[in-house]
Design a protein around this ligand. Structure first.
Ligand SMILES: Nc1ncnc2c1ncn2[C@@H]1O[C@H](COP(=O)(O)OP(=O)(O)OP(=O)(O)O)[C@@H](O)[C@H]1O
Length: 283
């Protein structure tokens, strides 16, 4: 179990995160918040790249800084910018990463074969990475993060720059890898975690806003989301969530407490909830 206890992180006078407490048990957690909300800051603290200004982070009750290499040995981490050598092949690069982690060659080779299969790179395992797409590289990165069969897998904005097909493939992969481990992934793209994260963590105003299931987060807006014909003028108290295409033409999705005239109630999705939670003017 990983526990974040009353953690505050300041950069000089600026408070990036304030009094965050969270408990992680095996399962997939999505850190979902707009740019600059503090996702990377939390991830860097969870991976011991940054220290909390106040509070502590515990693995099985022990401070992760005190555990040091022992903690990092059970951690797999894919940073936002994954560094690789374009002239290496995935297999070569994984061997190199395994050597850095002091994994014996024979053990590493078996694990690498298995991982290349899991991430769908077996057929191109011996091709140089310089011509790989963003999705292929991301899969190499995930394989590197999985080399030590981590109990805790942390992925920082892993779907940035992927096309829709690669995103779906990525979601399936995370689902397959989750098993008995804790997986934490950050994103500001709702659809990337809507279907795979059991718990969604949101920050607002530098504090923890919620850590809850997608269904519960959406349920708080039940009865408050309506579809209106495009072009409808919004009344005070009605907040435009999004514009889109309905079955009979363009429509508006609107958040409001009182059902609007001409409004059709719709089931709120996570994107509606995200837009409602982060609407301008919210404290
Ligand atoms: N080294 C730093 N010095 C000063 N301020 C920083 C530093 N790193 C981050 N910040 C600020 O802290 C806040 C949180 O940044 P962070 O990178 O954690 O957000 P994020 O949610 O990961 O954003 P993004 O989605 O854009 O990566 C931002 O306002 C950012 O400008």
């Amino acid at each position: 179990m990983l526990s974040v206890e009353h953690v505050t992180k300041k950069y000089g006078q600026f408070t990036a995160l304030e009094d965050i407490s969270l408990t992680f048990t095996p399962g997939v957690y999505g850190l979902l918040a707009p740019n600059g909300a503090g996702k990377t800051t939390l991830i860097k603290m969870l991976t011991t790249l940054l220290f909390p200004t106040r509070g502590q982070i515990l693995w099985e009750g022990e401070d992760i800084q005190a555990l040091g290499a022992e903690y990092r040995g059970l951690l797999g981490y894919l940073p936002q910018q994954f560094g690789y050598y374009p002239n290496y092949t995935p297999r070569h690069f994984l061997r190199y990463a395994a050597a850095l982690q002091c994994i014996p060659r024979r053990e590493a080779d078996g694990r690498i074969d298995q991982l290349l299969e899991t991430v769908g790179l077996r057929d191109i395992a011996d091709k140089k990475m310089k011509k790989f797409s963003g999705g292929m590289l991301q899969r190499v990165g995930i394989a590197v993060a999985m080399l030590n069969d981590p109990q805790l897998l942390i992925l920082d904005e892993p779907t940035a720059g992927l096309d829709p097909r690669e995103r779906v493939r990525f979601r399936n992969l995370i689902h397959a890898l989750s098993g008995e481990r804790i997986v934490i992934l950050s994103t500001h793209i709702v659809s990337d975690i809507e279907t795979i994260a059991g718990q969604i963590i949101m920050f607002r105003d530098h504090r923890l806003y919620c850590c809850d299931s997608p269904a519960h987060i959406c349920a708080q807006f039940q009865g408050q989301v309506f579809q209106l014909p495009a072009g409808t003028s919004l009344a005070p108290g009605q907040f435009l969530l999004s514009e889109g295409q309905g079955a009979d033409g363009p429509v508006l999705r609107v958040l409001c407490e009182m059902p609007p005239v001409n409004g059709t109630p719709v089931t709120p999705g996570l994107e509606d909830a995200f837009l409602a939670i982060y609407r301008e003017g919210q404290p």
